[in-house]
Design a protein around this ligand. Structure first.
Ligand SMILES: Nc1nc2c(ncn2[C@@H]2O[C@H](COP(=O)(O)OP(=O)(O)O)[C@@H](O)[C@H]2O)c(=O)[nH]1
Ligand SMILES: [Mg+2]
Length: 243
């Protein structure tokens, strides 16, 4: 997994951060990791700084002043990575919902199938979600129908957050035009990638709800997704930034 950067946004992940970073580096010698922390009140950033002594020159921390949402955290992370020579950019959560062992599977699939974007998908064969309350499974599963219907994009898990991009995708997408921050951000990134004609494939993964810490999902994130998808589709018809 040479030339790979794993970007992880964090907000109050003190119960997960040390184990996550140790797990990632014990799985691979080649990867680099960038944590984008929004000055978490629980001191997540301080834990990353401590671990930087152990993982010198391969663990990086981008600290932002306040909680600004997962979408802009990723955009800042992508921009940081694009100033370096990375070729592969992973998106991953800090709460172990995304199994670190799947990084290599995503990478192998991207290389072997010569993809531009590989998506870790929960909904390829049934519903591979563990420990989520039924209400969240239903929300996510029906959201994926809704997105497919509105956008016409044939992706089974459009809100998936475990993804691997080739550098060229992030160079070609107008990152400054990306406007959403929650689930809609995950949809928007796939939509922009798809509209540019890049090769996309989904790989089945099992998504496990977090065991430590709390979710930052709130109703404004859901509202953004419902109305955002419509807005995005309409804009894509008229604006050249999607082409
Ligand atoms: N930097 C940053 N990270 C965030 C923010 N909101 C969520 N995250 C991180 O994004 C990842 C996914 O968030 P999570 O709350 O688990 O969302 P859920 O899986 O949809 O319930 C976790 O690593 C969070 O710490 C934010 O506003 N800023
Ligand atoms: Mg989560």
């Amino acid at each position: 997994m040479k030339n790979s950067l794993i970007i992880i946004p964090t907000y109050n992940e003190v119960e997960n951060i040390d184990l996550m970073i140790d797990t990632l580096f014990s799985n691979s010698n080649e990867i680099h990791v960038l944590i984008v922390d929004d000055s978490s009140p629980d001191g997540t950033g301080g834990h990353v700084r401590n671990l930087q002594n152990k993982y010198r020159d391969k663990l990086f921390l981008l600290e932002r002043k306040q909680k600004n949402g997962l979408g802009t955290a990723y955009i800042d992370g992508f921009k940081w990575g694009l100033t370096k020579s990375y070729n592969y950019f992973f998106q991953m959560d800090c709460d172990f919902s995304h199994n670190p062992n799947d990084l290599k599977r995503l990478y192998d699939q991207l290389i072997n199938k010569d993809l531009d974007l590989c998506i870790g998908s929960r909904y390829i064969s049934g519903i591979n979600v563990v420990n989520w309350p039924l209400s969240r499974v239903l929300l996510s599963y029906f959201a994926s129908f809704y997105v497919r219907l509105i956008t016409g994009m044939n992706i089974k898990d459009p809100t998936a957050g475990y993804k691997l991009y080739k550098r060229v995708v992030l160079e070609k997408i107008c990152l400054d035009d990306v406007e959403f921050i929650g689930y809609a951000f995950q949809i928007e990134m796939k939509f922009r990638t798809w509209k540019k004609g890049f090769k996309i494939m989904e790989l089945p993964i099992v998504f496990k709800d977090r065991e430590r810490g709390v979710s930052k999902l709130n109703s404004s994130i859901i509202k953004e997704a419902v109305f955002g998808v419509l807005k995005m589709k309409i804009k894509s018809i008229f604006l050249s930034q999607y082409k």
